[in-house]
Write a protein that binds this ligand. Structure first.
Ligand SMILES: [Fe+2]
Length: 167
């Protein structure tokens, strides 16, 4: 059974592929007449909604827990939480902008493309920060907790199930 951190890491892998694609494409199909506009909308729906609903909320809870235990610096915790707030609000704006562009209102195709790329870059950066700070801190904290329980020969079952070793 994968640990929660392994699951979050695997989700980064799945989110990273479309993010990389959005960043590497020379031009994005933001034109309402483009045959690939539906694919772009589906990709952005996935990138903006899945992390907001299922991914960032778990990371926020882990961040809060680690900060409360002094296992993650306040600086990194604040940065990760602020990134999530920005990603949520910009994700909503991005989808609204894309819908407006599809109706050929308000926002130009060029501006939509810039916003899509900025969103993808912000999500990529957020995942990198978490992989460098949050995930190692969580693994370290759980390892120390596990070592402490081993040393006092208590609670092996409880801690090992958190780490994913309990069957
Ligand atoms: Fe994440």
């Amino acid at each position: 059974m994968p640990t929660i951190i392994e699951r979050l890491q695997a989700e980064h892998g799945r989110l990273g592929r479309p993010v990389q694609l959005l960043n590497s494409e020379r031009s994005l199909p933001t034109d309402p007449g483009s045959p690939n506009i539906a694919l772009l909308v589906d990709t952005l729906n996935y990138l903006t909604r899945f992390p907001d609903v299922a991914h960032h909320a778990i990371e926020d809870r882990i961040t809060e827990k680690l900060r409360g235990k002094n296992a993650l610096s306040g600086e990194f915790a604040r940065e990760i939480e602020a990134q999530h707030v920005t990603l949520i609000s910009q994700g909503h704006e991005l989808l609204q902008g894309l819908e407006a562009a599809a109706r050929e209102e308000n926002m130009s195709q060029e501006r939509v493309e810039i916003h899509v790329r900025l969103y993808a870059e912000r999500l990529r950066h957020n995942m990198t920060v978490e992989e460098l700070t949050l995930f190692p801190a969580a693994v370290r904290y759980l390892d120390e907790l596990l070592a402490g329980h081993r040393a006092c020969r208590c609670g092996w079952t409880t801690v090992s199930s958190v780490r994913g070793h309990g069957r």
